[in-house]
Design a protein around this ligand. Structure first.
Ligand SMILES: [Fe+2]
Length: 328
């Protein structure tokens, strides 16, 4: 495809302490060269004889294409971040920033610190929406620091020297302050609203157990940490557990094939958490049986593997762990 130069978003003559000459030079020379390079690389890729080209050449061109595309898009967002007075953050936007950073001042402090740390180096500082986390985060992006996958920048600061040298010389701090004075918060908020409307990556859905209550490993960890009463039952299958060396601290192992033999020892007054190896059928089926029998049971999503991946405490595996010693 052919990449078009995006028209300049901000009005250079309205900026406070940043000259039109700097913006023009940045837009025409640096951004323009970036788009031209992007098109040249893309043309080179289209013209490449894939049957004869070495994988190394394809890799190098694709890497350059990714770098120039990233630079072009970030430049467009940089120019689109300028043009406001930097002060009047819409109330709803300020509330989101305060929710995710503690306060607007905390966000500003972190954002400016990151920019200051790039003084003398090259990179971008971004305020971005992370759909996976459902929150805003500040990111540094550059050669040694790629964009976190899926994150959507809503505010972009260019910390390459060409972005400020013409007006500010080597005084990056003055440039950062000038950038903050010119942020167009209405445009930032509009981009945030667009970004926040994007759905996060889909979670695993187990249609067969959609109605079955589950609990996360983090929630189980909290129950254990706070000493909340809970009966945690490891129901990994016998053929798996016979080779297991560890199990969740605080859990007891019970054979899922023999629920009828141990169900009578459980208390109906205390919630139950069951888990299998990965959180699929065995844990869910055991939970369903316990709920049918009138117990307040939930299965732990992700099972024993998710517990270990989240660095949950484990102990040596014992198939005969008595309940009263399960909180070791
Ligand atoms: Fe730039």
């Amino acid at each position: 495809m052919h990449y078009e130069v995006a028209p300049l978003f901000c009005r250079p003559w309205t900026l406070n302490g940043i000259t039109p000459k700097l913006i023009e030079s940045h837009y025409e020379n640096n951004y323009g060269a970036c788009v031209a390079r992007l098109n040249a690389i893309s043309h080179e890729l289209r013209a490449l004889d894939r049957s004869a080209a070495s994988p190394q050449i394809v890799y190098r061109l694709k890497q350059e294409q990714a770098e120039t595309l990233s630079s072009a898009l970030l430049h467009e967002l940089y120019f689109a971040s300028l043009g406001g007075d930097g002060r009047n953050i819409p109330e709803a936007m300020a509330a989101v920033i305060a929710r995710d950073f503690g306060s607007v001042d905390s966000w500003r402090n972190e954002f400016m610190s990151m920019a200051t740390a790039l003084d003398g180096r090259s990179g971008w500082v971004l305020l971005a929406w992370a759909p996976r986390l459902r929150r805003l985060i500040n990111l540094c992006v550059g050669d040694a620091c790629p964009m976190a996958p899926g994150c959507i920048p809503v505010l972009v600061l260019d910390m390459y020297e060409h972005a400020y040298h013409l007006d500010f010389g080597a005084n990056a701090s003055a440039y950062i302050a000038a950038f903050m004075r010119n942020i167009d918060w209405n445009a930032v908020e509009a981009r945030y609203l667009d970004a926040a409307a994007i759905k996060p990556p889909r979670a695993l859905e187990q249609e067969a157990f959609a109605a079955l209550p589950s609990i996360t490993v983090a929630e189980v960890s909290t129950l254990q940490r706070t000493g909340a009463p809970v009966q945690i039952i490891d129901v990994r299958p016998q053929h798996y557990s016979s080779k297991a060396t560890d199990m969740m601290a605080g859990a007891v192992w019970r054979d899922p094939e023999r629920v009828d033999e141990w169900i009578g020892a459980l208390s109906k007054d205390t919630p139950i958490v069951t888990f299998c190896v990965y959180g699929f059928h065995i844990g869910c089926e055991t939970t369903a049986k316990l709920r049918e029998a009138g117990f307040d049971a939930r299965y732990m999503a992700g099972g024993h593997s998710a517990w270990k991946a989240s660095r949950g405490a484990v102990k040596l595996f014992r198939s005969d762990t008595p309940p009263e010693t399960s909180d070791e």
